[in-house]
Design a protein around this ligand. Sequence first.
Ligand code: SF4
Ligand code: MG
Length: 286
Amino acid sequence: MLMEAIPAKEYKSEVTPVWCPGCGDYGVLNSYLKALSELKIDYNKAVTVSGIGCSSRFPFFVKTYGIHSLHGRALPLAVGVKLARPDLNVVVTCGDGDGFSIGGGHVPHVVRKNIDITWICMDNSIYGLTKGQVSPTSSVGLPGSTTPYGCPDEPINPMAYTLTYGATFVAKAFSGNPKELTQIFIKALQHKGFSFIDVISPCPSFNKKDTFKAYKDVLEPIPEDHDVTDKVKALDIAINSGGKLITGIYYKEDKPDYWSMLEGIKEKSKASDKPDYEAIIDTFKV
Ligand code: SF4
Ligand code: MG
């Protein structure tokens, strides 16, 4: 943490975003910069990791360290960064296709370990970069460039997915609601453990159905009296939203993160006749 406040614009890199006019990802970027600023995060101690896709250009536009990695591989890469350098703030930014299709196999295993990283999914229910194929969160019937008769598949539910796999912080937000989005980013970054935010971030170029206007008509904040420790209720809201876009923190659980668990193993190994933990780790060091 820095002692002095840094204005949000100081967290911007010198690279100008190249997203289409009206893309939801601009709002996500602005709120992310504000959250870093409000938390006074030292950009020399922060890493933004992405996969491939429009939203995965994100690290270029932020003055933290950044890695634009492989399609679907941002989560495991971020885990490696965090385990090697637990002192860093590690944030993954990606899209719905990158996160839940190409990288979908990584999701349960990263989530269930409760590694202290934040995953921001910019969810536009389409593949934008490759020009409009339907994605894992596309609704049935959505036309895509390779599905002219409409998407035949039921969409996955990112909230139910991550809640079920054991994420200890799960929130939904909307790019068109920057104040709430910034506050959710702040809470997610402060959370000790795995935090997930499904940010609805419309793609006006290729998804003509799920527009800012369409979402604004169904936007509803999570009830003020929602108990964020109640996982069953969180799942109920995630599954039975009744077509509403319900934003806010659905679930939050305080439990030891992966690093604390490793520290426990380290201690245990000292009092054991099994091979010493540090000695095993040393064999992987160059
Ligand atoms: Fe944004 Fe869609 Fe353009 Fe990609 S194609 S930059 S997601 S509006
Ligand atoms: Mg997408």
